[in-house]
Unconditional design. Structure first.
Length: 101
């Protein structure tokens, strides 16, 4: 059971890093939930819309992103702490640290 939990934790940490990096590369550091879902899946994570919503809420609680609701669509915006995590300048428990380039 520990292996399953470790794998699920690893997937969650990587998925959250992917979301932060997508926002980092987006114009104005902003993207809607549909674009984030599409990019997360293109980068190897097959997840539900509910999982994206949960990750956005978690990242917001950690002070890494802001989330606005515009006409029922969640819009994520990278904050300074999120940029630092996406670039590997700071470590955030629950977010995978990016590899050095």
């Amino acid at each position: 059971m520990t292996t399953t939990n470790d794998f699920a934790t690893h997937l969650a940490e990587d998925r959250r890093l992917v979301i932060l990096r997508v926002l980092l590369e987006s114009a104005a550091y902003t993207a809607n939930e549909y674009l984030l879902h599409s990019m997360v899946e293109r980068l190897g994570h097959v997840v539900s819309t509910d999982r994206i919503h949960t990750d956005l809420a978690w990242l917001k609680e950690q002070g890494l992103i802001a989330v606005d609701d515009v006409a029922g669509v969640r819009i994520g915006k990278l904050l300074a702490r999120g940029e630092d995590a996406a670039r590997g300048r700071t470590e955030v428990p629950g977010v995978k640290r990016p590899r050095a380039v």
